[in-house]
Each structure stands twice: as structure tokens, then as C-alpha cells.
Design a protein around this ligand. Structure first.
Ligand code: SAM
Length: 259
């Protein structure tokens, strides 16, 4: 039974890290003329209304994108997408990762999105229908295993699970290794929470030992509510594009000022 709904968390400080690095990577990949494949295992609904009751209830977007919007110059790819989505969908509209991809990729690129929750999937279909993305109502890892290695071979995979099941932390390590073996040239990016109970740590230790050349970027931020277990977020990126580490460093400095 899936209970996680990203609308409560859209635009929070974890999204700002994940979405700004994702936008940077996608823009980097499109500097070459060649078509590419973008795959997402856990897509969510793609378009969020930060004025919705759920988003206002947690206040996470207010502490997130509303507070950090000025970090990104007008020519940053994340900024460009934020501006376009507001212009197209209204002042409270916020793009999830699939919509960020749709805005930054080209008609020759291929987008595959998996979302298992029927309501989120329906909303995803609605938001993405004009884009030509392929939408899968299927487990995200099963979808990625079936697609990898994709055609075209260039491209990236975003893994952004809701970590609702404790076993996720052990299975993700195995899944990433399998996907990397199948698609050794693909960029594989995993988002993860930094938790006070340290549940994420064994997964990260195993990933770092197995892939010492991967980029591991972590930011810390104040918890959304007193006592809330998430105190930061991370991105673990295999085959990280050149320049991503510098982009991530800029973010680290900005997050440090929040604490
Ligand atoms: N990537 C999105 C973004 O940044 O805008 C947010 C995704 S949210 C963190 C995780 C999503 O994964 C939820 O919408 C949830 O319904 C979905 N989900 C949970 N388990 C799944 C599974 N096994 N396969 C595919 N989707 C799943």
C-alpha cells in the first residue's frame, strides 16, 4: 500500500538540491546534438500546486523554494524551468522532476517515467500528455530493468524513491549495481534522505565502497518540524558529468548559510 504523496513535500529543501542538480545535468547533456534517453523510476505527478492545502499544511515549500529562489540566476536551467512553469501554469505552480526533464529536453530525446500509485499516475498522464513522454504504471525498478540499456544509449536515470519500505535501503544497492552493469555509460542518479536514525548510512557506505568514483553530494538543513527525522538530503551520481562537482559545491555553500 503506497501512502507517500509528494505534494506535501514538493519544493522543499531536498527538492531544491535534487531538482537543481537534475536540471544542470539535463542541460549539460543537451549541449551535444545527439539524442538521449531520460528514465525515472519514481516520477510523482510532475506538476504541483504549492497553494494546495497539503503543501501549505507542511510549509515545506515556503521553507524551500520560496526561500532559495534567489540562489539561481535567470540563466540557470532550474530557474528557466521554474519561470516557464509559473508563466504557463500559474504563480503557485512547481515542476516535479518529469516536467523539468520535459522542459529541458528536445523532441528527439526519449522520456520514460514510472509511477505506481494510480492517482499520481493519472495526474502524471495529465500533466505530461502534451510532451510525448512514455508513462509506465509499473514498479520503477522493473521498468528500468526492462529499458536498460536504452536506445539512444546516451542519457540518464533518476531514482527518487519514497523509502516507504525499510527494505528499500538494501534493495536499492543491488538494483543500482544491476542497472549500472546493464547501462555502463548512463548517468545514474539516486536521491536519498539524511536521517537522524541513520537508516540511510549502510546503503551509502555500500554504494561508496562499490563505486568510489561516483559523486556523493550531501546538504544539511533544518528539519521541517521540530523532531522531524530528515535533516538533509543527498545525491549519489554514477558517471557524473564533468562540472557537476563544482555545481554541487556551490549548493553546499548556500545550504551552509541556512543552518
Ligand atoms: N521524482 C519526483 C520529483 O522529484 O518530482 C518525486 C517522486 S516521490 C519522492 C516518489 C514517488 O514514487 C511517489 O509518487 C510514489 O507514489 C512513487 N512510488 C512509490 N513506490 C513506487 C514504485 N515501486 N514504483 C514506481 N513508483 C513508486
Amino acid at each position: 500500500m503506497l501512502s507517500y504523496q509528494h505534494i506535501y513535500h514538493a519544493g522543499n529543501l531536498a527538492d531544491v538540491q535534487k531538482h537543481s542538480l537534475l536540471a544542470w545535468m539535463l542541460e549539460y547533456l543537451t549541449r551535444k546534438d545527439k539524442p538521449l534517453t531520460y528514465i525515472e523510476t519514481h516520477a510523482g505527478r510532475a506538476l504541483y500546486d504549492l497553494g494546495a492545502e497539503e503543501a501549505l499544511k507542511t510549509g515545506e515549500a515556503a521553507a524551500g523554494i520560496a526561500q532559495t529562489r534567489g540562489w539561481f540566476n535567470a540563466d540557470h536551467p532550474y530557474s528557466k524551468v521554474l519561470d516557464r512553469v509559473v508563466a504557463e501554469d500559474g504563480p503557485k505552480a512547481y515542476p516535479g522532476s518529469p516536467l523539468i526533464a520535459a522542459h529541458l529536453l528536445r523532441p528527439t530525446d526519449h522520456i520514460h517515467l514510472a509511477e505506481l500509485h494510480p492517482r499520481e499516475h493519472a495526474a502524471l498522464e495529465l500533466a505530461m500528455s502534451p510532451t510525448g513522454a512514455k508513462i509506465h504504471l509499473r514498479d520503477g525498478f522493473e521498468t528500468a530493468f526492462a529499458l536498460c540499456p536504452p536506445t539512444p544509449r546516451r542519457g540518464m536515470l533518476l531514482i527518487d524513491p519514497s523509502y516507504e519500505i525499510k527494505e528499500d535501503y538494501t534493495s536499492i544497492f543491488r538494483h543500482i549495481n544491476k542497472l549500472h552493469r546493464a547501462w555502463n555509460v548512463g548517468i545514474i542518479a539516486l536521491w536519498y534522505p539524511i536521517l537522524t536514525n541513520r537508516a540511510h548510512e549502510p546503503m551509502l557506505e555500500a554504494l561508496t565502497a562499490q563505486h568510489p568514483d561516483a559523486l556523493r553530494h550531501e546538504v544539511r538543513f533544518p528539519p521541517a518540524r521540530p523532531g522531524h527525522g530528515m535533516v538533509g538530503s543527498g545525491m549519489f551520481v554514477l558517471n557524473a558529468p564533468y562540472g557537476l562537482a563544482d555545481e554541487a559545491k556551490k549548493l553546499t555553500a548556500r545550504y551552509a548559510k541556512l543552518r
